[in-house]
Design a protein around this ligand. Structure first.
Ligand SMILES: [Zn+2]
Length: 164
């Protein structure tokens, strides 16, 4: 029972946590850490924007706000395809933050001096899709690109980030 990885367990954990802490998004940390106990929910969307949207709806119904990191370029989905293109906007409209999940392997196809420019372009495009400028970015699959993967590298405000 304790080790189950399912929605029921997820909601039970969130309900318990929400009794003493409030959920905040990465962007909420821009002015500094809240003075009251808080937690951050980070979702790296590696496979299914549709599943992410369903979870975003369920969390919003419970008053939980999370940060959803979406990839623009992945084998598994294309945010510019008609079936997914409204997902960033719908997630943002539910009160969640939409952040950029980026693949360093894409950037590595270019000279390093272009990384920031290309990352900023991706963030700008995702912000246009969601309707809210992107403030947070997170690295996709850091173990595959030689990053340490400790998850500490989040950035609030466009520069570079962490693991996932
Ligand atoms: Zn990822």
């Amino acid at each position: 029972m304790r080790d189950r990885f399912d929605h029921e367990t997820y909601w039970r954990i969130l309900d318990r946590l929400s009794r003493t802490h409030r959920p905040v998004r990465f962007a909420d940390l821009r002015p500094g850490l809240p003075g009251t106990p808080f937690f951050i929910l980070r979702h790296d969307i590696d496979f299914s924007p549709a599943a992410a949207l369903r979870l975003a709806e369920m969390e919003a119904a419970r008053g939980v706000r999370a940060t959803y990191f979406l990839l623009l370029n992945t084998f598994y989905y294309n945010l510019l395809s008609p079936e997914h293109t409204d997902v960033p906007r719908r997630i943002a409209e539910l009160g969640h933050e939409v952040g950029l999940h980026y693949d360093l392997r894409f950037l590595q196809a270019f000279p390093g001096r272009r990384f920031k420019e290309l990352l900023d372009e991706q963030a700008r495009l995702l912000g246009r899709l969601s309707g809210v400028p992107v403030e947070s970015v997170a690295l996709h699959q850091p173990a595959l690109v030689g990053e340490d993967g400790d998850g500490a590298g989040h950035r609030v405000g466009p520069e570079v980030v962490g693991a996932g």
